[in-house]
Write a protein that binds this ligand. Structure first.
Ligand SMILES: C[C@@]1(CC(=O)O)c2cc3[nH]c(cc4nc(cc5[nH]c(cc(n2)[C@H]1CCC(=O)O)[C@@](C)(CC(=O)O)[C@@H]5CCC(=O)O)C(CC(=O)O)=C4CCC(=O)O)c(CCC(=O)O)c3CC(=O)O
Ligand SMILES: NC(=O)C1=CN([C@@H]2O[C@H](COP(=O)(O)OP(=O)(O)OC[C@H]3O[C@@H](n4cnc5c(N)ncnc54)[C@H](O)[C@@H]3O)[C@@H](O)[C@H]2O)C=CC1
Length: 212
């Protein structure tokens, strides 16, 4: 069996987390960052979860899990310290729900990789459960080797790519432009500005040609 990696848009989606300890707290932090609507169900929650609840970043339901709690969840994370409860929750999930069981992956249908981000860039490392610690170590090694200015560079690529797409070029020309912006010289801000100016000039020329 091989996992299918994907990037989920969780904006406004209902995510239910059962359990409120160290592991739940770590997973909730990234769910909040992705703007999920998080509900946490547990009697004992970490200080961090209590603080999120006070700031309305999560809804904390202060009791143990009950059957039906995850019926409307788009995504569920199970992280109680009670194995039989974790198993029962996993069994209650519908066939089309996303569910991660932190202590027993096989009971759910997704796992969470070790992640580092630089603006638009996401690097995710997964080892299929071989060693979460190795996933974390490799993620940290990769993070150390990422260029400082990567965030700005990706913003440049994004803006430029949108400009190129807007122009309605032939697919050959479009591909040539998209490849050419990857030249190392465009890591330099001055060259980026030059290219943007040239591109804008080109657009103006095209517009006046169509008018005349
Ligand atoms: C399958 C998976 C399911 C899932 O949780 O999604 C899973 C499962 C399990 N983890 C266990 C233990 C630990 N996990 C960590 C850390 C992380 N674990 C993460 C992911 C995953 N862990 C998924 C697979 C990822 C992959 O392999 O590719 C990371 C990457 C992301 C995250 O959790 O957000 C995060 C890095 C943190 C970061 O990003 O900084 C640490 C170290 C620490 O906590 O610092 C330990 C203790 C050391 C050890 O045991 O190795 C145990 C045994 C539990 C027990 O003993 O009861 C199981 C159960 C099992 O293996 O069946
Ligand atoms: N995926 C990962 O990264 C890792 C997963 N684990 C597993 O994750 C699980 C949780 O670990 P920790 O956060 O360290 O535990 P913890 O002991 O810090 O927290 C347990 C939480 O579960 C809650 N809980 C217990 N019974 C409940 C119930 N019936 N309904 C709702 N909530 C209930 C408690 O109130 C508490 O908030 C364990 O099963 C552990 O094996 C452990 C290490 C790493």
């Amino acid at each position: 069996m091989i996992d299918y990696p994907l990037n989920l848009d969780l904006d406004g989606r209902v995510a239910v987390v059962i359990g409120g300890g160290r592991i739940a707290t770590r997973k909730i932090r990234s769910l909040i960052r992705c703007h999920a609507k998080v509900t946490v169900i547990c009697e004992q929650a970490s200080h961090q979860i209590q603080e999120w609840s006070e700031h309305n970043d999560v809804i904390w339901i202060r009791r143990n899990w009950r059957s039906g709690d995850t019926d409307h969840a788009f995504l569920t994370i199970v992280a109680t310290n009670n194995e039989s409860v974790n198993t029962e929750i996993a069994r209650s999930a519908g066939p089309n729900q996303l569910i991660c069981v932190a202590g027993k992956t096989a009971l759910g249908n997704f796992s969470v990789p070790a992640v580092t981000r630089r603006g638009r860039l996401t690097v995710a490392v997964a080892t299929g459960g071989a060693s979460p610690l190795y996933a974390k170590k490799l993620r940290d090694q990769i993070a150390c080797n990422l260029d400082e200015d990567l965030e700005d560079y990706l913003d440049f690529l994004y803006v430029f790519r949108q400009e190129i797409i807007k122009k309605g070029l032939s697919s050959e020309l479009k591909e040539a432009y998209l490849k050419s912006i990857l030249q190392p010289k465009y890591h330099d801000r001055n060259n980026q500005d030059e290219l943007m100016k040239a591109m804008n000039q080109w657009t103006r020329n095209q517009a006046s040609e169509t008018q005349s």
